[in-house]
Design a protein around this ligand. Structure first.
Ligand SMILES: [Zn+2]
Ligand SMILES: [Zn+2]
Length: 537
């Protein structure tokens, strides 16, 4: 048999190696899943693809993903929209949610299984990271995965969604669950402080989690307690500090106290009033970095993001769900708080788009904005919102708009601590989050058209920088001996596209290789379970 059977030559392209170094012309030889040579490769080295006029880059790393439940579903089509963007590696288990890290004897398995991110994998048929990894191994991954263990999952398995501090025994068990998952290879811990039950955790608890992560020398990622200048997750103090800044203060304080390596998740600024805090937020990050805090943030390039409708609810209301939905007193208080809050934030019903109402009564309205739905059902926006929460058991998924404007996106992209991510997943039904389809092409197009960062920097932030952040060994760069994760694209043309349903495939992505195996070739996806790897650290 031909000795070069597993060899591929990408010939005559522009090599952007992921380190941020200047692009250079050359060939790249992929052999046995590795990058075997760069520069000039002999003509007979293997199957050859002409890459004239194309960029040869490391496969893109989605530094903030929620594809972990999907990876256990055994259906590789869930990954199509990411494959078509050039993604080869996902960092999963973010925002406090992971499909492992729970105590096997938990009474709350159904809460864990009711995750926001599930599809095709409805039950957790394993009890630890190792067992989960074995299931993935059996199914055969199509992409590479790095997993974080969710503090929220560990905590849910012990005290459900109860609004209380953990008992001493539960506390020890929570830390031991996280410890165990990291020992088994999880790359760090994620916090989800705006979701139940992370929202109920006190700073002291988070400090202990951070110290544990620090002891493993791994990474702590945090979905902070607030991303708007006013948020129900903090008490309201007139003329007090903007809540999103307070949330940043809290997490930078935690990093300073504990020395943990911190990844601030999806640094967004919800609502036009919150946009005024961008300068100060960036200053806080700059100062912490100057003081030696090991800190990065991830971001996506869209002004909207997907989440649960119930993230709008203040902590006191969430703690009394679902009864509060039917309490006239609670509703009245919530209505007043919402009116005031929306005005303070510069955000409201017109910025709420229902992606997946997750209930029969409202599913026909998927993709519509709240005022439109309210008009159609003949109720106020407020009543409609609560009815959707009620009908969906608080599972309704939304796209919130007004997270960024273009100027903020362009500015944050330039920041040295920014790495790129989609924070998205394919919705099993309803309207799609465009980030699941166009994130990386959109970053590249923005860089090309706005010239806010160079091609080399843009690629770096979606490959080499992310690989370093998560300590992925021998990935994220085009370098001899490194894994052959490669994306070939047309720099002059690459970009996202838009359509009504939010699911338009991007253009300009040419070829994608995972560990040397081609999974995408000019709009054609090949599902190759076994191409990807589970990366433990
Ligand atoms: Zn999050
Ligand atoms: Zn997230």
């Amino acid at each position: 048999m031909d000795g070069n059977r597993d060899s591929t030559v990408l010939r005559g392209g522009t090599i952007v190696d992921g380190t941020g170094a200047p692009a250079r012309k050359g060939d790249v030889l992929l052999r046995d899943g590795r990058i075997a040579a760069l520069g000039e490769v002999p003509a007979d080295a293997g199957r050859s693809f002409d890459c004239t006029g194309k960029v040869i880059a490391p496969g893109f790393i989605d530094a903030h993903s929620h594809m972990d439940f999907f990876s256990a579903s055994g259906d590789p089509r869930h990954f199509d929209s990411f494959t078509a963007q050039g993604v080869t590696t996902f960092v999963s288990g973010n925002c406090g949610f992971s499909p492992f890290g729970f105590t096997p004897s938990t009474r709350y398995r159904s809460l864990l299984e009711g995750s926001l991110f599930k599809a095709g994998c409805e039950t957790l048929d394993w009890n630890s990271f190792s067992e989960y990894a074995a299931v993935l191994d059996e199914l055969g991954l199509t992409h590479n995965f790095v997993h974080l263990v969710g503090h929220g999952s560990a905590r849910t398995s012990l005290s459900g969604f109860e609004a209380r501090p953990l008992e001493p025994m539960e506390y020890r068990e929570m830390l031991s669950l996280l410890d165990c998952a990291m020992q088994e290879g999880a790359a760090g811990v994620s916090l989800g402080l705006q979701y139940k039950p992370g929202v109920f955790a006190r700073l002291g608890e988070l400090d202990d989690v951070a110290r544990l992560v620090k002891r493993h020398d791994k990474l702590l990622t945090v979905h902070a307690k607030a991303y708007s200048c006013f948020s129900g997750t903090y008490p309201m103090i007139p003329f007090g500090r903007a809540h999103n800044l307070k949330a940043i203060d809290d997490m930078l304080g935690l990093a300073r106290r504990t020395g943990v390596r911190l990844q601030f998740s999806h640094l967004i600024f919800v609502g036009s009033q919150t946009w005024k805090t961008v300068d100060e937020a960036v200053e806080l990050f700059d100062r912490a970095i100057a003081d030696g805090v090991d800190l990065c943030f991830d971001m996506f390039p869209y002004g909207c993001g997907a989440t649960l409708l119930n993230t709008l609810l203040p902590e006191w209301f969430m703690a009394r769900m679902p009864a509060a939905l039917h309490s006239p007193v609670a509703r009245t208080r919530l209505r007043i708080e919402a009116e005031v809050g929306f005005r303070l934030v510069g955000f409201g019903y017109p910025q709420m788009q229902i992606m997946n109402a997750s209930c029969a009564k409202y599913d026909e309205h998927n993709g519509r904005f709240l005022p439109d739905i309210a008009a159609r059902v003949g109720m106020s926006c407020f009543d409609t919102m609560l009815d959707i929460l009620d009908e969906s058991d608080a599972e309704a998924r939304v796209l919130f708009h007004g997270y960024y404007n273009d100027e903020i996106v362009e500015r944050l992209m330039r920041h040295p601590a920014a790495i790129f991510a989609s924070d998205s997943w394919p919705e099993p039904g309803g309207h799609q989050n465009p980030a699941a389809f166009g994130t990386f092409p959109k970053f590249l197009r923005t860089a090309r058209e706005r010239n806010n960062i160079s091609l080399e920097e843009a690629v770096h932030k979606m490959s080499g920088a992310a690989a370093r952040r998560f300590r992925l060994s021998q990935r994220g760069e085009l370098r001899e001996g490194y894994a052959a994760d490669v994306t070939v694209f047309d720099w002059g043309r690459v970009g996202e596209r838009e359509n009504e349903a939010g699911d338009a495939a991007p253009e300009g992505i040419d070829r994608v290789f995972v560990n040397g195996r081609q999974i995408f070739e000019q709009h054609r996806i090949s599902h190759l379970p076994g191409a990807g790897e589970l990366l433990k650290s």
